[in-house]
Design a binder for this molecule. Structure first.
Ligand SMILES: [Zn+2]
Length: 197
């Protein structure tokens, strides 16, 4: 018999959820994403605080040296819910790092192109010249995801340490249990230092 726990996500959990949706006459999750819900352990800061206090300090540090070879930055920037077989989910940290650093401070290489999984565009870091593939897709008015991965593989941290929290479709917080390689950072100071080391 299978016992579900946070540490060992049940591989049939998503299938069970989909069965439940179908039984309810729903084929897709509710479009009402609920950014207020937090995973076990809780966020260090909410999204507003992150954008107002944490991100500006990261951007200040980025001006002198990029984070492209930093395993922790790569881990956070590349969060991709598809790795876990779950419904569309995003980390607020990932959205902020990709939208504010890669999209705004890197040089776009060519236009957005529509591929089978959504939009892709390459961006080049002005500090180190590394190229990143940014993937973005919109699943509802309230749920779009974005992720950036280096085109030439660079070692990522085994565990991503985030400061904020996940956004996902309402009612699907249990799916977060599938994501075992991202956890809250110990402190904002440690988060900043690890990301910009
Ligand atoms: Zn760089």
């Amino acid at each position: 018999m299978w016992f579900w726990s946070k540490k060992t996500p049940a591989p049939d959990l998503v299938a069970d959820l989909r069965t439940a949706w179908a039984a309810d006459g729903r084929n897709e999750p509710s479009p009402a994403a609920d950014p207020a819900l937090a995973p076990p352990g809780g966020p260090l800061v909410d999204g507003k605080t992150y954008y107002e206090t944490v991100l500006p300090e990261l951007l200040r540090r980025w001006e002198t040296r990029c984070f492209c070879a930093n395993p922790q930055f790569l881990k956070l920037a590349s969060f991709d819910f598809r790795d876990y077989g779950i419904s569309p989910t995003t980390l607020v940290d990932t959205e902020a790092l990709v939208s504010q650093i890669v999209l705004k401070r890197f040089a776009a290489q060519g236009p957005w192109t529509k591929q089978s999984d959504g939009g892709h565009r390459h961006f080049c870091c002005p500090h180190c010249g590394r190229d990143f593939d940014v993937w973005s897709e919109e699943y509802s008015i309230a749920m779009s995801v974005i992720s950036a991965k280096p085109i030439e593989p660079i070692v990522r941290a085994d565990i991503g340490r985030y400061a904020t929290s996940y956004r996902y479709f309402a009612g699907l917080e249990r799916e977060i249990a599938f994501v075992t390689d991202y956890r809250p950072a110990d402190s904002v100071q440690k988060y900043l230092d690890d990301l910009s080391a």
